[in-house]
Design a protein around this ligand. Structure first.
Ligand SMILES: [Fe+2]
Length: 353
């Protein structure tokens, strides 16, 4: 029997459209930005379905996990105080980086002294300084040269983000795919940075780190109980809602609230706390530019395919967030190709080989 290639293509095209329709099912289909992202997703998903059809097959359930039998915690603090939730302690190097960033008297040498103690940080600043972003005629080979190229603030914030995220890397809970988590976090950081630059919200690097750390609460939930994590995924899937809506339904609060608490406990800069805490909160998004930018960046990152793999829908893009920072659909449309290039470039820099 001969296979009609056109038939296969039109079937795949239809399957891609249905898939995209579903991931955007909670989104406002009249919103111009949603329309632009949907169009982009249709092309991407179609090509992905042709290239990697296995990626789209239903994943087997993890049957070996006992069903979650917990009760709704009365508040996020109670959830965090349960013995099964092990919060990573703040490593010394993070405390030292924060001290350098917060002290206006700090010099490049102060930061180099801290970075040099951690090979991962040395690698991160060297890779970034030597990347195409800076286009140096000669490669830099020492942390002090790299920090000089990047500037004290950017190198400090990059180190802060790298250390904070890497703390969770030893997680034994395999439900959260760490590679996806890293990629989502980096993509959100890049998009937040470029949006902040476009609408002139001040220091774009701050927004990069806010995006990088915004979902730290997701890791806390996944560190707590494997059965709870699976229950959340199940609820998101059966009710066809976003992962954060499933969290609210099962726990009474979402990962953003937890992220806000832990970043406050860690004494991280206020801007990072607000972004982590507020990125799914409609009230905070209305007035806080940091939370609004990260909310938009988070949505765009997932629409572009950099999602966490925890739910099949990407939630909704809050219009108040767009109004708050004054970004237009036209501006987002122009930025999308740039987002993709920068995300690819930054993956190469920040993802360990
Ligand atoms: Fe989130």
């Amino acid at each position: 029997m001969t296979i009609n290639k056109n038939n296969i293509n039109s079937e795949t095209k239809k399957a891609a459209e249905e898939y995209v329709e579903h991931i955007f099912c909670q989104s406002d289909s009249d919103c111009e930005i949603v329309k632009i992202l949907k169009k982009d997703a249709n092309e991407r998903v179609y090509h992905d379905m042709v290239d990697n059809p296995d990626e789209f097959k239903q994943k087997p359930q993890l049957l070996s996990i006992e069903p979650w039998n917990g009760t709704k915690p009365s508040n996020p603090r109670e959830f965090l105080s349960k013995k099964k939730v092990v919060l990573p302690s703040l490593p010394q190097v993070l405390i030292q980086i924060k001290r350098v960033i917060n002290d206006p008297q700090s010099t490049i040498e102060d930061l180099v002294a801290v970075i040099s103690k951690d090979p991962k940080l040395v690698a991160a600043v060297l890779r970034l300084a030597n990347s195409n972003i800076y286009n140096l005629s000669e490669k830099v080979d020492t942390p002090s040269k790299a920090v000089a190229v990047l500037g004290l603030k950017k190198a400090g914030l990059l180190s802060l983000g790298t250390v904070s995220l890497s703390m969770f890397k030893k997680s034994e809970v395999a439900v959260l795919e760490l590679e996806k988590f890293w990629k989502h976090s980096i993509a959100c950081g890049i998009i937040a940075q470029e949006i902040a630059r476009t609408v002139k919200l001040g220091d774009p690097e701050h927004f990069f780190v806010s995006g990088l750390l915004h979902d730290i609460g997701v890791q806390i939930i996944f560190e707590s109980e494997k059965s709870l994590a699976l229950e959340l995924i199940r609820v998101a899937e059966t009710k066809q809602i976003s992962f954060y809506d499933a969290e609210t339904e099962v726990l009474g609060f979402n990962h953003a609230v937890l992220g806000g608490i832990i970043s406050k406990d860690w004494d991280l800069p206020q801007t990072l706390i607000r972004a982590a805490k507020g990125h799914h909160d409609p009230e905070i998004i209305k007035t806080d530019p940091e939370a609004a930018v990260v909310h938009i960046a988070d949505y765009i990152a997932r629409a572009l395919g950099y999602e966490l793999g925890l739910s099949t829908t990407i939630g909704n893009l809050n219009k108040d967030a767009l109004k708050n920072i004054g970004i237009t659909a036209e501006q987002i449309k122009e930025l999308i190709p740039e987002f993709k290039i920068l995300i690819g470039e930054t993956f190469k820099i920040l993802t360990p080989e």
